[in-house]
Design a protein around this ligand. Sequence first.
Ligand code: RB5
Length: 143
Amino acid sequence: MKIAIASDHGGFDLKQKLIAYFANKNMPLEDLGTHSTESVDYPDFAKKMSLHILQKKADLGILICGTGIGVSIGANRFKGIRAALVYSPVVADLAKRHNNANILVFGGRTMAFEDVVSCIETFLNATFEGGRHQKRIDKLDME
Ligand code: RB5
C-alpha cells in the first residue's frame, strides 16, 4: 500500500515525526510537503493531496494542519475524497469499516504523536465492511 503525507506549517512537526516513525518500520511515507515551519496556506496542501489520491498516485493520504479542520474542509470539496478527521482508535477503526476513508486527517497542535500512531495503525488493520456502507458512500458522490 502506498501512503502519502502532507501538512501545512501547523502540522509540520507531526508530519516529520510520522515519516521517521514509519520509515523505521519499513513503511515509507511519500512526503508532499510542506518542508519547513514557514507559514503556508492549508488549502494548497489539501488540494495537492486530494489530486494525488484521485489520480491514484497513492492508496491512502495523511493530511495534517493545526487542528485538522482546515485540511478536512479543503479535501472534502473534491468529489471522490473521503477525508476523515480522526481523534481516537475507535473512530479510526470506523473510518475504515464504515466510511472507507481515503484520507486520514489529524491536528498537529491538538493530538499527541502516540495517539496519532495508534489511529493510523488501527485504520490500517481494519477492513471496509461494504454492503450498506458502500451504498452510502456511493450516495456521497451522486449529483
Ligand atoms: C494555521 O495557523 C492554522 O490555521 C491551520 O494549521 C489549521 O489549523 C486550520 O484549520
